[in-house]
Every structure is written in structure tokens, then in C-alpha cells.
Design a protein around this ligand. Sequence first.
Ligand code: FAD
Length: 645
Amino acid sequence: MPNNRITRRDFLNGTLIGAGTALIGERYLFGTAHAREAEALWPGADAPYYPPAWTGMRGSHPGSYERAHEFAREGREDWGEITETGEEYDLVVVGGGASGLAAAYFFQDAHDWEEKVLILDNHDDFGGHAKRNEFESGGQMRMTYGGSQGFDNIDNWPDEMWDLLEDLGIDLEKFENEHYDYDWFERHGLGGAVFMDAKTWGKDHVIPADLGGMAPVMPGLEEGPKDYEALFAKAPMPEKARKELTKLYEEDGARKIINKIDELDFNFDRYPYEKFLQKYWYIKEQATFDFIRKLPTDENGVGAETLSLSEGIEAELPGTIKLGRFYRMTKKPDPEDAGYVHHFPDGNAGFCRTIVRAMIPDVAPGEGADSVVLAKFDYEALDDPENETRIRLNSTVISAKHDGPVDDADTVSVTYIRDGKAYRVKAKGVVMACWNMIIPHLIPELPEDQKEALASNVKIPYVFANVMIKNWQAIKKSGIGAAYCPTSYYHLLQTEYPINMGGYSATEDPNDPMPVTLIRVPVPEERGMEPRDQFREGRSEIISLEFADFEAEVNAQLDGMFGPYGFQSKRDIEAITLNRWSHGYSYTYFNLFDKGMSFDDGPHIKAREPFGLITIANSDSGANSWLDVGVMQGLRAVNELLEDD
Ligand SMILES: Cc1cc2nc3c(=O)[nH]c(=O)nc-3n(C[C@H](O)[C@H](O)[C@H](O)COP(=O)(O)OP(=O)(O)OC[C@H]3O[C@@H](n4cnc5c(N)ncnc54)[C@H](O)[C@@H]3O)c2cc1C
């Protein structure tokens, strides 16, 4: 079973910051300096303001969420005197993630770039979940994604998404034909693996094959042998479990199951995946369930026991592949499909940087996608009064209120907290591109049923620990390019995506540094919980931890995996950027718990209704977490405002 090594601590009443800084090692000093109250840094900090390079606790970093928790959880109303800035904007966007940035872009585009637009975000960097993490080691700069990785779901993109990319100079064919190095993993002998940790299984053990299904998300990753009996033969688990897992991965008995099911009026959406394993594959061993439990976490945010059979098929979980193909519930892999290769070296932060530079050219020279890759953005240009579009960071919005009756008002007053002080601006229109569940607290005048619908979006917590290692010799020796770690603290490990773009190149020399990503979705120990409760519990787990706790888990896991190949965490780790996304993926409906709800029909439709001069964007409004969904919700929210003009 997953371990309980981490001690929970209560960080209320401001203990987080003091305790965190005291315990973090010297090498994180720079990062933690910036992990203090973010407002204190801007303006006037001595070091150049460049958040992508800050290590330590990032993601929803200290300083970004305390104000929101004060008013949403503790009901704080008194913020002292509010300073009227005297600014009046044509549009204020609350939330500077992909959705809010796209909303600002679409609005300006519809008005020949002549309107005054302000984007407010509570973080110290723009991009929302799409954040860039930079590291320095041995005189080299390496970068990776702090959250959102790559363009996904592109088969379903609407024309407007393609048009936007064309306008921005982002050419997806170049990612397929030039940027992504399909041969990189083969060249370095790196493949998928499974890591079974000693704490759970008695000894550390690596299964050298991609049983975690990483190859589809890292094209070119070697899948390894398919002789499942041999692969499980040495796994430290009861023999019965080894046999069960061999059976589930081989799927030799699938035909018999299909024959049985074919005679029944079988409802794949209502039938639990794990029940299917028990009843049709005769799976009994706890170790078997423990092995597969975390397989869907990266995509779905929950353990396998939460999924229906159809969701298990979609996630290509063991025991479902042939069944899914037979019923045409999964399509056969298209040999022409380029795969998941549409990544900037900093993930979808590259998209956000491209759109920001298109709106505020002063942040960096050049045009198009390639030139943002190595550009050191000038953050001082973001909120320059000379520009039509401005981005104001470290600004937590606490209220958006019509100036007069909702149906007659000409403006909305938007109040935000920055550097501990309250400020108010006015706007002729507002797009709320922030998270759904905070909106009822920002606009208490909303109808009750809409507030309820907004609050029902409980986001999925996520942790991306980016670990800068000084060299990757041990990784090369181990042959592990990516690993599924079913019972470790971090369930997934990925080496960097091999992207060559804009003057940045994938690492070739194992003596060079490389950022490695460890991913945790904090799925609770208890099985069978309602997904929203799982997410709430997972969030309280990760928010209660210090950087040092996450760091200890990183060290233990990397030592366990790569120690036999010469890796020593104390010696070989240069820095860690811990992206803690307490509110990560948007809530997507689960068959077994949200009956009858879908992208076309669910509370998110009610939640996104316009309210006077205020419209609602964010990927939450599409009940789906893909970046394109957030972008398209930004477009819809802007169109609703324009219709009202
Ligand atoms: C870890 C992770 C990995 C992902 N990977 C992928 C991927 O590979 N591909 C993909 O397509 N999608 C991925 N996604 C999803 C995708 O990145 C997001 O859906 C998309 O970026 C969401 O953009 P958004 O603007 O809707 O929301 P966000 O990015 O969440 O932006 C909303 C912003 O509003 C801010 N905000 C909230 N409240 C306030 C307030 N009161 N005042 C001011 N600001 C506020 C938030 O802090 C945030 O910065 C991933 C998501 C996560 C969490």
C-alpha cells in the first residue's frame, strides 16, 4: 500500500511561510525568498523579477492563495480602505491562465487592438496551470513545464482554435516534422518501466517494460518486451497476483468474456471497472488491485476503482483493450498519427508566452512561436500604462460588482488585493476566467442556482515536482525513460520531452543536466469515495505539506530507482521546483457518480451563464481540462459580451 511517510501539519495562521523557509536547504534559498508573500516582491525587489527561474514551492505558491482563502473560507469582509485607481477599462479579465489570456486576445482582435484591457491574476507569473520552470546547472539553462504539458485533443479542435494558432504563428506541423525528436529515446536506450518500492513490496524492483502506458504520451519511448509472464516472474508480490497480472496484460481470455457479455444487455457506463475484473477476469488479489490502482490518475485524477468499465476502456486499463476494440469503443492507433508531440520545451507555457507577446510586444523581441522559446521576458512591460493590454500579477480579485442595478449598469467595479492593500478599477465588461468555485464569493449577487452550479466544480489536485539533476548518467544506465510507480509517493516519472525548438535542444550528453518530472495525484487511501470528496481530501493533504516533505519523497524515490546505477540525491540534485496545484484539472463528470451528465449537459452549463456585464470563461466552464477548452471558453465569454454591446 502507499506509504504514510509524510507528516501532516497545520499551516493555518501563517505558519506555512516561516516553517517552510526554515527547513529548506540552502540551495533553495533563492526560490524560497520568492516563495514568501508574493506581493512583497513587486515592485521593488532587488533581484530581477523573473518567476520562471524561481525554484522551491511553486504552482499555487505561498502568497497566491491566502487572500482568497480568507474571504472564501473565513468570510473576511474588511480589507481596510480601498484605493480607487481611477482606471477604467473596456474589459477586465479575472485570471491570467490560457483562458483569460485568450479572452483578452479575442476581445482586442474584435476591436482592432484599440481597447483598454486589464488582466488580473493572483499568481506571481502569468499562464495559470501552464507555467514555465527554468533551471541553471553547470552554466546551462534547462526548462520544463510546471503544469500543462502539450497541445492535446487536437482531433476535436474547432476552427477557431486553429485560426488562433495560425494568427500566433504556432505551426503544429513543425512540432511533428521538426521539433519533436522521435528517435531520442531509442538513441539513448530509454524505455518505459514500472518501479515497485521497497516500502510497499519488501524490496525495490524495476520491471523493464512500459506497463504503465507511457509510450503514447512520450512518442518514441521504448515499450520493452511483451512477455508478461517473464516480466512479472521476478516481481516481489504473491504468486497469485503475478499470475493475475500476467492474465490481465496478456488478455488471452478476452474472447470468452466478449462472448459472455454479448449475450447480456451490458451497460459499460454503469458497470464498475474493478467489478468487471473480479467477475469476468476472476481477479481476487489485493496486490493486483494495488498494482493497477494508480494507472488512470494522470488522466482522470482518481484511482481505478472510481471508473466505470467504459472509462476503464477509454483509459486502456489492463483487461479492457480487446473488449474496447471489439465494441469499437477505442479506435485502433492510427499509424499516421503524430502522437503527443505538440510541446513547447516549457509545455503550454510556450503557448501563453506567445499570446502574451502578441498582445504586449515589449515583453520580448521577435514574432511567432520559435522566438519565445529562449526569450527572457521583461516582466516590467506587462503592466505598462502605455500599452492597451496590461497584465497585473500578484493581484487577488475579491469582488466584481455592477455599479447600479445589474440590467442598467454601465460599469462593474472590480476590487483586488495586492501587496496587502485593496484597489478598485472600473470596467465596461468583465470576463471571469478564474476558477468556478471562487466566483460565487466574488459575485454574491448571482442567482442561487448558478452559485450552486459554480461551486460544484471541485478541481483535481496535482503535484509536478521538477527535479534538476546535474547529469543523467544513472538514468541512461538504468534504461528508464519514464516509469509508472504504482505505490510510490509520486506515481509517474518522466525524463524531459525531446524537443528541439527556437535554439533550445534536447540534451544529448548524459554528463549534462536534465530536469526530471515526478508527478503525484493525491488519491486518498480510502477506496470508493465520491470523486469530489477524493479531490477535497487530496487537496488538504498537499496544502498541509512543506517543501521539505515533498523534497524528502523526491530524494527517497530517485535514490530507490536510480541508486543502483550510481545516483545519489544529496550529491546529484541541483534544485527542485515543486509545482503544487491544489486546484488543478477542471472537474469532469464520472459515469458512476454523475449520472446523465456530460459536456453537453451538466451544472457547468448553468454555471457559465452571463450576468449583466460579466461573463464566465475558464476550462471549468467546459467541464474539461484541456487547454483548448479553456481557450474556447474564453472566446465564448467574449462573444457573449460583444453580443451585449
Ligand atoms: C498539472 C496540469 C497539467 C495539465 N496538462 C495539460 C496538457 O498537457 N494538455 C492540455 O491540453 N491541458 C492540460 N492541463 C489543463 C490545461 O492546462 C488547463 O485546462 C488550462 O491551462 C486551463 O486554463 P484556464 O485559464 O482555464 O485556467 P487556469 O490555468 O487555472 O487559470 C486561471 C487563473 O485564474 C487565477 N485566479 C483564480 N482566482 C482568482 C482570483 N480571485 N483573482 C485573480 N486570479 C484568480 C488562477 O490562479 C489561475 O492563474 C493541465 C492542467 C494541470 C493542472
